[in-house]
Design a protein around this ligand. Sequence first.
Ligand code: ATP
Length: 219
Amino acid sequence: MDIEQTKIPQATAKRLPLYYRFLNNLHTQGKLRVSSKELSEAVKVDSATIRRDFSYFGALGKKGYGYNVEYLLSFFRKTLDQDETTRVALIGVGNLGTAFLNYNFMKNNNTKIEIAFDANEERVGTEVGGVDVEHIDHLEEKLGGISVAILTVPSSAAQGIADRLVKAGISGILNFTPARISVPSDVRVHHIDLAIELQALVYFLKHYPLDEENIEEEE
Ligand code: ATP
């Protein structure tokens, strides 16, 4: 933990990840400020406590303005520190996997891909984006307590690898394959199918143009 942490009461410190998560969502949505009332409803902490907590962070809310989301987030990032970084494994160093390895997640996020796996002998033993590529046969022994995995293998390999990840103790999978994978209820899977997302966007552009109302008015 950061030295600054010592100045913050423990009860306040315990609420930090809660605040952090909510503010991060707001930030992703492009929100610049938030009132203590909004925060209070979202994190279920009364607003007097929130105001007191935030005063320890040097964040003073202005009446009618609220708190600056960016300021709070940068404070939280510093205070929650690097030991909160989530280590991630990536399975499947193809085109998409390679792109993720080369993309620096750490820039805006507390996550870091630490190890990658592939079945292709030509890729095993190489380094992509500063991350070592290990053979998928060594998944269990090399995973080393990592709890989150990104799946960028072909669909046909997805379920088998997911099963092995679950057995190895993974708690979250970001599934980029089109395959729907089954996991026990205590494992969280987020499914991102880029092809479907793109198709949906094109469909909406065609059938629901954003300025439809204006066009109709003009006709
Ligand atoms: P490329 O053009 O490099 O093949 P791709 O993303 O189009 O990329 P895919 O066939 O989707 O290729 O495979 C993605 C990656 O997953 C490849 O690097 C492949 O070697 C790897 N892969 C395939 N099967 C497995 C498996 N069972 N376990 C681990 N990795 C696998």
